[in-house]
Design a protein around this ligand. Structure first.
Ligand code: PAF
Length: 285
């Protein structure tokens, strides 16, 4: 029989729950999510359990990280199913605030900015996105004050920026990352996959195939990797490539053609009306 889960909807409730867990000497992990939980999120919750006694997942579709023409309204929401999955995994609490609870003034006048790296790659296609992410993550960290927070590696730029923010602002917690969970055919799990038609679901495999093609070309340098990945998209007319890049994972700056060692291939593409991202780390000899 799974243990009951605490459903927290207000900041005051979350703070009171955290205070009682702390008073009992428990280490706390936060798993920030936007809900519509899938295996990728569940892996985050399992990882959180390895690092803490009390696991709190947040489920909040953050309007501040969506642009005016993005999919905020369409973004999948399934709070009951999310809670049921968290119960099965034994999470102690889920924090599910309403928008008005997180943004009582309608919007936050104070914003955590991601700087230049917030304006490239994902940030170039989604202006303001990372400021919205960093602001809500800061709010969640400030509400829950966890010892550890767990993020997925699929959102590579988000993970990089969150880690940098924690370092820059001396936030007193550890960030743990968890590898991307994939479907059997290679498609990276994403809440947005639920919005794909069957045909688009097939087309979406172009992203993971492009990463594989780039990886297979790694011994020929960065330009060859990009060309190999690009060729996958040229062959697949159902997918509109947004960007393809190889970056140095230490800085997130573009990797030069003679880059050696670890490199991260990043891809974003539109499949029908759905925008998907994926990435892979490869080693250049
Ligand atoms: O990765 C996500 O689901 C979101 O960007 C996050 C970190 C929960 C902030 O809203």
């Amino acid at each position: 029989m799974p243990a009951p889960i605490q459903t927290l909807t207000t900041v005051a409730e979350a703070r009171a729950f955290v205070a009682s867990e702390r008073a009992a000497g428990r280490r706390i992990a936060l798993v920030p999510t936007m809900g519509a939980l899938h295996e990728g999120h569940l892996a985050l919750v399992r990882a959180a359990r390895e690092h803490a006694d009390t696991v709190i997942a947040s489920v909040f579709v953050n309007p501040m990280q969506f642009g005016p023409h993005e999919d905020l309204e369409r973004y999948p929401r399934s709070p009951e199913a999310d809670t049921a999955q968290l119960v099965v995994l034994g999470a102690e609490a889920v924090f599910m605030p309403e928008v008005a609870e997180m943004y009582p003034d309608g919007r936050s006048a104070t914003v955590v900015t991601a700087g230049h790296l917030g304006t490239v790659l994902e940030g170039r296609s989604r202006p303001g996105h990372f400021d919205g992410v960093l602001t809500v993550v800061t709010k969640l960290l400030s509400i829950v004050q966890p010892d550890v927070a767990v993020f997925g590696e699929k959102d590579a730029q988000q993970l990089f920026l969150v880690r940098r923010m924690v370092r820059d602002l001396n936030l007193p917690l550890e960030i743990v990352s968890v590898p991307t969970v994939r479907e059997r055919d290679g498609l990276a799990m994403s809440s947005r996959n639920a919005l794909l038609t069957a045909g688009e679901r097939q087309d979406a495999l172009a992203l993971s195939r492009a990463l594989e093609a780039a990886g297979a070309a790694a011994d020929r340098g960065v330009e060859a990797m990009l060309a190999a990945a690009q060729a996958v998209f040229q062959a697949d007319s159902g997918v509109q490539l947004d960007y393809l890049a190889v970056v140095d994972p230490a800085t997130f700056a573009p990797a030069s053609d003679d880059h050696h060692g670890s490199a991260q291939v990043l891809v974003a593409a539109r499949v029908g009306a759905v925008r998907l991202i994926d990435n892979a780390v490869v080693t250049l000899p």
